[in-house]
Write a new protein. Sequence first.
Length: 506
Amino acid sequence: MTDLITAAQMRGIELAAITSGVVTGLELMERAGRGVVAAIFEEWPEFAQSGGRAVVLCGPGNNGGDGFVIARLLREWGWEVEVCLWGDPARLPPDAKANYERWCTFGAVHPLGEPVFEAAELVVDALFGTGLTRKLEGLEKTALALKGKSAAGFPKVVAVDVPSGLSADSGRYVGETDVDACISADLTVSFHRAKTGHYLADGPAACGRLVIEDIGLDAFCVPEEAVCLAGPNVERLQKRGDAHKFSHGHAFVLCGGVGHGGAARLAARGALRIGAGLVTLGCPPAAILENACQLNAVMLARVADGAGLTEILEDSRINALCVGPGLGSRAETRGLVRAVLLARRASVVDADGLSAFATAPADLFEVLHEACVLTPHAGEFARLFPDIAEHLSAGCTKVDAVREAAARAGSVVLLKGADTVIATPEGRACINAAAYECAAPWLATAGAGDVLAGFITGLLARGFAPYEAAQTAAWLHVDCARTFGAGLISEDLPEVLPSVLRRLHG
Ligand SMILES: NC(=O)C1=CN([C@@H]2O[C@H](COP(=O)(O)OP(=O)(O)OC[C@H]3O[C@@H](n4cnc5c(N)ncnc54)[C@H](OP(=O)(O)O)[C@@H]3O)[C@@H](O)[C@H]2O)[C@@H](O)CC1
Ligand SMILES: [K+]
């Protein structure tokens, strides 16, 4: 599992290293600068062969200090380097000042004005890193100039730690800085561990490609509350040779009325493909014929209302439920959700199952329990947790928002997006990022969320714990989309799952 940390956690690790006496701040800055230059040459090997012209933009803190190191190292490689500084050199922090003074023995430092980048092959953004605390102003002309590349794609823009303007925690532009006033990089080089902001919100688009350089801090522990990148539990996904269908559980998916069964059928298909031993679709009596015409391996049951469902759930072998996809705003929806949750089985509450409680979220929280997974998209989340959604708009990170929501709901919450965040009531959290080498643009398609709900339900039926089920399902969902590629529609997701599982089990 890849750990992700916040800016404050990174500062804590750096401080622990420096106070332990094993390394100085100056040495860490040297390692950071060296790491950036190594990453640049790895990304563009031609830059290591022949020197070129580089402009290094340095800011008023230690990010700027890294910039002075990079300028010196590039110059040693034969590059012609120009350095521009934002702010007053007399006010640089000590390590940055030491590297500023060292650079001054080689070349000039210009005030950051309107640099001319046309002739540069490389621009290094060492303006602001993890210390950006407020709205960034005055960078508009520079940022815009950098967005206009030559026909050959120059200059390449490399951000040190984070592209200036972006929050290393939330992945959003600090203080609602206009995106045009922020740097967009081709490559971002960060240190020790990726930060949550590299994967959330605007982070991936602003960072370009992301490389993490080791600066020798591994002896200093990652904090317990670190977030990780989601990954599948490959071992648990495998099935034992001696098992029969009931040992893989029985998933039950609630279905909408006539003409509204597609979403639940997609979920049911997902649950079956991911390995639930049996899957039953529970639909209103009038919709039996419609569903019978479309289903084979998925079984059918009549469910008129909450009371009818409670009767069916007397069969204790039904061990995982999915309620919400395609249920609509029928009067029965709330009753069905209540019946599902009062049965105290592992359950996924999605889509209309969540929206049904928009006017009275407390009624839902009252019956939720720790074996549930809520899978809202941003709109459903805002309806259930309006105050938390406001914090999110005000700059709180998506991780913190989902943690807060999970604590309130007393259930696992999975907030969908290209940066899906999953959290438990106790504060464990992971990000399933469809970004960088895992980008899955074709996943933004109708019904994809229904299949995800089905995947989670299927894993719950197989006995996965809720957080583990949500994490593994979310990862597989993105991997299915990436494996299928262009032209993906939701029906394809369950069908491509076997090849994804085969690859995983190699
Ligand atoms: N941690 C580590 O292990 C390592 C860290 N390293 C490097 O250090 C970087 C962090 O350095 P940092 O803490 O000095 O912060 P940084 O981003 O340079 O900015 C701080 C300056 O910006 C100013 N400022 C803030 N907002 C502003 C605004 N809107 N407009 C204008 N000014 C604004 C702020 O001013 P103040 O708020 O104090 O008034 C302060 O002067 C990190 O990203 C990495 O590159 C590596 O060397 C190796 C290991
Ligand atoms: K930067």
